[in-house]
Each structure stands twice: as structure tokens, then as C-alpha cells.
Design a protein around this ligand. Structure first.
Ligand SMILES: Cc1ncc(COP(=O)(O)O)c(C=O)c1O
Length: 369
């Protein structure tokens, strides 16, 4: 029985040609050729004015929060349900993450919880489009405007997701993306920041070049006014990114087809799936279900059945405040109530209809005993 992994990149001769060109010619005066192109094409794809390549989304979040001025003593409001990388950069900067609850349908940050968590120390909100699902950006933007705070959209999982026609990541102060090997488009490791304010983006670019500012009137070799970071993407990775982005519609459509197959094949089971509101498009990075709370569900037993059939399924994220290094916040009832009832399913682009059937059959057998 073949192994069905959760995700893996898709690449063909298009990637091969550009990567080879970058390796052979992407140096000297051409050292930024693919980086510039990837940034321009990504900005145009997402509808953002500006984009900046990074070595990971974790680095992109770190840079974006730093460019927002987040620092020691500040608070940053974050959702309970996300990958730890959304929150670690808050800690790197000496600020405090304030964990708030998520909505029961989208599993994204709950604007009401956000409003309750605002304090004079709040500097930013991180809105995570988890598993491709979209945050209620209209309400979050109103809250941010009212309290004069920044919004970072963590769209690491949100490529191909649109809120009322606007691409995930393009609505807040900045948006960040991941091109890790498990994502819809991949550069192996890699990330991107998008933003519309040129001053913000300039600050971020300077921070990502060890603090070197080409506009500084005193700029000279090896001399800088401030220290920064180095989360740079290589030109070769950017070539991979350009090739991947050229097939983005196809790759997102494939994700959508995979999701719809699961949802249709399992529609008789008591499962809540990634939602898609009227007027939105979900890029369905990771097809996910949460079992209805009326039904008893032993997730470990389902994982054992999946393992026995050589299928890699994954657990829903733990509420981050429940991890040992944080203070738990069980009052975030939605997050604490759903996490152990949630399962992520395989969605690599080349999964075959037979493999999708095998996943669905395993789940049906588990529920029907
Ligand atoms: C929601 C979220 N944020 C941030 C990241 C970090 O991305 P990277 O692995 O590119 O640093 C990920 C990656 O898996 C993610 O899923």
C-alpha cells in the first residue's frame, strides 16, 4: 500500500529550467534577478503594492512586527489556534503574546475576544488565516483603526484565499506567507512580506539587511546606524518561487478539488469542514474537519486506523496557551473545546482519486465501526 503523505511540493520542468538558470547566471549584476521578479509578481498576484522575499514566514513575521515597532513591554494579541511560528517572533522581540479565542466556524481569531483583550499596551493584532480559512478582516480592521494598532495578517496558510475579492494578507498593515515544503507553493523554505506603505516596507528591508540603509546620507561600506536581522531568500529559491507562482491558479484549483472530494465523500458524517463564506474563496491549503461535539470521538484511534492504512493525518493545533511555556487560558472555550476533535487530511497536489477514496473509506469505517 503506497504511503499517502499529508503534503509535498509539486514541481516540473518549469522549475528545473528557472532554477538551473539562476544557479548558472544568477550572480554579479544578476544576483537579484529572480528575487526582484518574484517580489513583483507576488505583489501583483496578491494585489499588494509591495513585496519582500524572506527565508521563512517565521522570519517574515519577525521583521514585520519589528517594523511595526513592537518591542519590550508591548502586548500583541494572537489567536489560540495557530502554528507556534505565528507567536514566537512576539517573544523574540521581548513583547507579550495575549492569547484570545477563535470563532467556532472558521477557527480564526474572534474579533469580540480581540476587543476585550485590548489594553494601553496593545501594539498589534496577528490575524491568522488558519488552514486557508479567512479571518473576519472587516471587523478586525475596524478594531485596529479605533485603537490605532497594527494588524499583521499571517497568511502562511492562506495563499489562494480571498476575502470579498481581496487576497489574504493584503488587507492589514502587512501580510506574511510561507513557502515551506508543505505549502501550496514551495521554495523548500521561504517566505514573503506584503504591504502597501512604502515607508513601512523600506524600514522592513533595512531591518532585513543588518540595518544597512541605502538612503542614509552617511551610508558607507560596513557601516550602519542600527542593527537588524538577516532573513534573506536566495536568488535560486526565488527562481523556484517564480516558477511555482506561474502555476498558482492550477495549484489552488487542485487544492479546491481535493477539499470538495473529501467533503462530498464524507458528507454523511457529523463533521464541520473548513468554511467558505458567500463571496469568499478558500484556498483550502489543508482540508480539516472538527467532529461535532454531540458525538464521542477518540482521535487517537482514528490516527491508528490511518497509520494502519499508511495515511498521514495530522492533529488540529493545540491551543497555544495550553503549551507548558505559557499560562493556560481555558476561558478561551472554543479553542479548548475543539482542538482534540480536529483532524487535518492529506492534500498534496498529485493525490489520486483512489488515494482520496482510501482516506475516506478509512474514516467511514472508523465512524461506522
Ligand atoms: C500559520 C503559520 N504561521 C507561520 C508559519 C511559519 O512558516 P515558515 O515555516 O515558513 O517559517 C507557518 C508554517 O508552517 C504557519 O502555518
Amino acid at each position: 500500500m503506497t504511503n499517502i503523505p499529508i503534503n509535498k511540493p509539486y514541481a516540473d520542468s518549469g522549475e528545473e529550467a528557472l532554477v538551473l538558470d539562476a544557479v548558472k547566471t544568477g550572480h554579479g549584476e544578476h544576483r537579484n534577478k529572480y528575487l526582484d521578479r518574484f517580489e513583483q509578481e507576488f505583489a501583483s498576484f496578491t494585489g499588494a503594492a509591495l513585496a519582500h522575499c524572506t527565508s521563512s514566514c517565521t522570519g517574515a513575521i519577525h521583521l514585520a512586527l519589528a517594523a511595526m515597532g513592537v518591542g519590550p513591554g508591548d502586548e500583541v494579541i494572537v489567536p489560540e489556534i495557530t502554528w507556534i511560528a505565528s507567536v514566537e517572533p512576539v517573544l523574540y522581540l521581548g513583547a507579550k503574546p495575549i492569547f484570545v479565542d477563535v470563532l467556532p466556524d472558521s477557527w480564526c481569531i474572534d474579533p469580540k475576544s480581540v476587543e476585550q483583550a485590548i489594553s494601553p499596551k496593545t501594539k498589534a493584532i496577528i490575524a491568522v488565516h488558519v488552514y486557508g480559512n479567512l479571518c473576519d478582516m472587516e471587523t478586525l480592521l475596524q478594531i485596529a483603526e479605533k485603537h490605532h494598532i497594527s494588524i499583521l495578517e499571517d497568511a502562511a496558510e492562506g495563499i489562494g484565499s480571498y476575502r470579498k475579492g481581496k487576497h489574504a494578507g493584503s488587507m492589514g498593515t502587512a501580510g506574511t506567507f510561507s513557502f515551506h515544503g508543505t505549502k501550496t507553493i514551495s521554495t523548500g523554505e521561504g517566505g514573503m512580506v506584503i504591504a502597501s506603505d512604502p515607508e513601512f516596507m523600506h524600514k522592513l528591508r533595512v531591518l532585513n539587511d543588518h540595518g544597512r540603509d541605502p538612503k542614509d546620507p552617511e551610508a558607507k561600506m560596513y557601516w550602519m546606524r542600527q542593527y537588524g536581522f538577516k532573513y534573506r531568500m536566495s536568488n535560486t529559491q526565488a527562481a523556484l518561487g517564480v516558477a511555482q507562482l506561474s502555476k498558482i491558479s492550477e495549484l489552488v484549483q487542485k487544492k479546491r478539488d481535493i477539499f470538495l472530494s473529501y467533503q462530498q465523500e464524507l458528507n454523511n458524517l457529523p463533521l464541520h469542514w473548513n468554511p467558505e463564506e458567500e463571496g469568499d474563496q478558500n484556498g483550502y491549503w489543508l482540508p480539516t474537519f472538527v467532529v461535532d461535539s454531540q458525538h464521542s470521538f477518540n482521535r487517537e484511534q482514528l490516527f491508528q486506523a490511518m497509520n494502519a492504512n499508511n495515511i498521514e493525518a495530522r492533529p488540529f493545533f493545540y491551543p497555544l496557551s495550553s503549551l507548558p511555556m505559557f499560562q493556560s487560558r481555558p476561558e478561551n472555550k472554543v479553542a479548548y473545546g475543539i482542538f482534540d476533535r480536529g483532524v487535518n487530511l492529506p492534500s498534496f497536489h498529485e493525490i489520486s482519486p483512489n488515494e482520496i477514496d482510501r482516506v475516506c473509506q478509512t474514516i467511514r469505517n472508523f465512524f461506522h465501526g
